[in-house]
Ligand binder design. Sequence first.
Ligand code: ZN
Length: 173
Amino acid sequence: MPCRGYPGRVPYYICPRCKERSVDIDAHEGFSTQAPACRHCGFGFLFELLDDYYPAPDTGMVVTDQDRRVLAIGRGVFELTGFPEADLMGRDLVEALQLSDPKPVELAREWGVRRLGERLSIRTRGGHEKPVVADVFPAYDADGGLLVALTPRRGIADNETPESDSKTESGSG
Ligand SMILES: [Zn+2]
């Protein structure tokens, strides 16, 4: 039996697609069996969070079911992974992206705990290992899925696209 609604708590929602956050102030006005849709991009459902969460501009979000299979992919995931949406849908997220450590995802699944700031790497479609920070959120509804937010880690040595070229100093006459 789903246990929705936490007394004295305002639920936070985030859209996995466009990452817009919302506070559901209408939650007490009427209960619906369906999760609310995003008012910004029209995406079909919002993910409920225990606390407000601020994704980075280049964070990509993936929603999975309780078997880690990808249900939805947000903006930024393609840029991050190189995989188009169709290549990830329905696949085991850990296998598809070859997460360097499945533990954060497993802990979130098994214990329903958030895992924030996990330093992992993924393998992009092109076969490159890419360091990311993963934030994993368990769903609070009966479906028991996960929201996995992946943010590229910057400023590390193995970044394969150095940006120094455009900033070469010039002007020594
Ligand atoms: Zn949205």
